[in-house]
Design a protein around this ligand. Structure first.
Ligand code: 2PG
Ligand code: MG
Length: 399
């Protein structure tokens, strides 16, 4: 497919921050677009993010002009060309966000040229045939926000419900929406407030007694609503955010790695529905990940900032038994091909993948297609509200 032209535009994410929308015009004269989200709690080894001013500087546009008139046989060749053009380890020359926007826009153009859905053409190029006959993803929906995503006193960044879809996406999403509403009412009554603040990902973001209280509230409501067979619970501690030297500041106290592991273990005892714990320790604390993986066999220990959607990090840490689930975020990697390589590395080692949004989102639904193409275990898309609704709608349409 021949690239005729490209464009880099500025748009604003759900937090009102500037981000990139990229466009690719191909041979038949049509243009395809993609927009890139932005994370707040980032791993240090994520692909570089450049500002719109840097992205659209004369120098960068000149560099990218090498794309014009080039013919690419597939996604991989397009992405490899961009990677070479950038020439740096972390994509700081062109910008990982710019490269990902172009890469996703190219994927959309390729799908259209084959008259296929995006997920189908990705599956065809990278996975050969369907990974799973029927895709029944678990929805990871963040309903209570803390950490860097909220102005409250919670250290843990995300309290999620894990909704089983079991082939009936509509009823799963309906259950989630009414649960989200019930939770708002319950929290309002409990804490005697009428306007509950909302965090970055649409979850409620009020103050709690301690980091465990949200889990107690969620467990109780799951039971009361009769949803114990469909809903489990998960947290993303995003522990980079409360690590301090080689310890952690948690619930107002300084705690060591083994102490924090013991706290998580206690949470699982007190709230048995708690199934998945993401980034329980900082990205430097591999000892913590190993320790907790041993303690909590049968539950999911998920890495995000630790592995930053990088195939070799995933392989290395999977080999050491640090996690059994991994977050996949295209903008941590910076191209579609590298994101899919990370998925493949995980699947080859029996690690479950959860394809994820970022805290600053756009209405782009690329991740839903990626998740379906890969037959991912889960999709992580925030609360069923505001800009996140686009992703729920796309799930309804294609899952
Ligand atoms: C995370 C993400 C998404 P952010 O830590 O998993 O929920 O947050 O985009 O701020 O990194
Ligand atoms: Mg995370």
């Amino acid at each position: 497919m021949k690239v005729k032209d490209f464009a880099i535009d500025e748009i604003f994410d759900s937090r009102g921050n500037s981000t990139i929308e990229a466009g690719i015009a191909v041979g038949n004269g049509f243009a395809f677009y993609a927009s890139v989200p932005a994370g707040k709690s980032r791993g240090s080894r994520e692909a570089a993010v450049v500002s719109f001013a840097e992205a659209s500087s004369a120098k960068n546009l000149k560099r990218l002009a090498a794309l014009k008139g080039k013919d690419f046989s597939n996604q991989r060749s397009f992405d490899e060309f961009l990677i070479k053009l950038d020439g740096t380890e972390n994509k700081r020359m062109i910008g990982g966000n710019v490269m990902l926007g172009l890469s996703m826009a190219f994927a959309r153009a390729a799908a259209a040229s084959q008259k296929k859905e995006l997920w189908e053409s990705l599956q065809k190029e990278f996975f050969g045939k369907a990974v799973q006959k029927v895709w029944k993803p678990v929805i990871f929906s963040n309903l209570i926000n803390g950490g860097e995503h909220a102005r409250n006193d919670l250290n843990i960044q995300e309290y999620m419900v894990l909704v089983e879809t079991r082939g009936d996406m509509k009823s799963a999403i309906e259950k989630l929406i009414s649960f989200y509403r019930d939770l708002g009412e319950k929290l309002g009554t409990m804490k005697r407030i009428s306007n509950i603040p909302i965090g970055d990902e649409g979850g409620y973001s009020l103050d709690f007694k301690n980091n465990f209280e949200p889990l107690a509230v969620l467990s109780d409501l799951v039971r009361k609503d009769g949803l114990s067979r469909t809903f489990r619970l998960g947290v993303d501690a995003a522990a980079n955010g409360f690590s301090s030297g080689d310890a952690y500041l948690f619930d107002g106290k300084k705690v060591t790695t083994p102490k924090l592991a013991g706290i998580y273990e206690g949470y699982c005892k007190k709230a048995p529905a708690l199934f998945s714990i993401e980034d329980p320790f900082s990205e430097r604390d591999t000892t913590g990940f190993a320790l907790l993986s041993k303690k909590l066999e049968g539950r999911m220990i998920v890495s995000d900032d630790l592995t930053v959607t990088n195939r070799s990090l995933i392989e290395e840490y999977a080999g050491k038994g640090l996690m059994n689930g991994v977050i996949i975020k295209p903008n941590q990697a910076g191209t579609v091909t590298e994101t899919i390589e990370a998925v493949q590395g995980a699947h080859e080692r029996g690690i479950r993948t959860i394809v994820s949004h970022r805290s600053g989102e756009t209405d782009d639904v690329f991740i839903i297609h990626l998740a379906k193409a890969a037959g991912a275990y889960g999709v992580k898309i925030g609360a069923p509200t505001r800009e996140r609704i686009f992703k729920f709608n796309e799930l309804l349409r294609i899952a």
